[in-house]
Design a protein around this ligand. Structure first.
Ligand code: FE2
Length: 275
């Protein structure tokens, strides 16, 4: 098995950026041969190959013609599976969350030309959920690792980040007030939106309390589609909203270390009610 990344450990500067900004961007992190093989693997399952093979006119009849989205993303080949406990990812999780974390879920997403923008949001479900039993979970880490095997340019389905916004306690209208200056004191800095540009093989390691969004994909984008893979990890504790059931086939091939990542309860409708 080829290794995925050019580096195996985060630097002190990168870890400082994570705590200061709420994310670390890793441009061009994947080895070239790995990146190319990963893209081929990710696009090869039949439903995805079919989605890409039909005409724009045929795709227009689908419910989501500009987007292909799978969650949980269970049909992962060996190259994408390897990302889950690659040395750099394990080192990042241990250096930020600590030793007690679990795999939560994963998803894959293709954005086609014409895909719409995504408004600012944060993904830490224990902040957006009303059930008081989750208040104790709010300060626990929920980490999103966002992979962009074929990259993106600014303004073309680019990820928009608001560095420092992980320090703001989200309320229902925080997203609307984020850039008005009202929340700068709470964040301890001026909150500004940055439209990233990341070359193929990049990833972003993100504290899911940080607000982010994305630009639309122009109808005349030179890139036919942007590939977006997400692995999510959670600090040990109750399930998050999307904490997935682990397929038996994943367990069957898992190392003892990997099995520890899977040793948590999946989300169910009642999992937050009984405590
Ligand atoms: Fe998000």
């Amino acid at each position: 098995m080829m290794s995925c990344f050019k580096h195996t450990e985060p630097t002190e500067d990168e870890l400082a950026a994570f705590h200061r900004d709420g994310f670390i961007a890793y441009p061009d992190a994947m080895k070239d041969d790995y990146r190319e093989a990963l893209i081929e693997e990710v696009l090869s399952p039949n439903p995805i190959a079919h989605f890409l093979s039909i005409s724009d006119k045929e795709r227009a009849d689908l419910d989501t013609p500009t987007r292909y989205f799978v969650r949980p993303w269970d049909d992962r080949g060996p190259l994408s599976d390897a990302l889950i406990d690659e040395p750099l990812i394990t080192s990042l999780l241990e250096a930020t969350v600590g030793p007690d974390y679990h795999f939560c879920h994963s998803s894959m997403n293709l954005a086609m030309r014409g895909a719409e923008a995504g408004r600012f949001h944060q993904d830490h479900h224990h902040w957006n959920h009303d059930n008081p039993i989750n208040l104790a979970e709010r300060e626990r880490y929920y980490i999103q690792v966002l992979y962009y095997p074929n990259g993106f340019t600014q303004g073309d389905r680019s990820l928009i980040v608001v560095p420092g916004s992980h320090r703001v306690s989200p309320t229902k209208d925080t997203a609307e007030r984020l850039l008005t200056g009202e929340l700068d004191d709470e964040a301890g800095r001026k909150l500004e939106a940055i439209h990233l540009e990341l070359s193929p093989g990049s990833f972003v390691y993100l504290n899911a309390r940080m607000y982010h969004g994305f630009d639309p994909k122009p109808i005349d984008s030179p890139q036919p589609f942007r590939i977006f893979l997400i692995d999510i990890f959670k600090e040990a504790g109750p399930p998050h909203r999307y904490t997935q059931e682990i397929p038996q086939s994943w367990r069957d091939k898992a190392s003892p270390e990997r099995l520890k990542l899977y040793d948590r309860e999946p989300y169910t409708e009642t999992c937050w009610i009984d405590g």
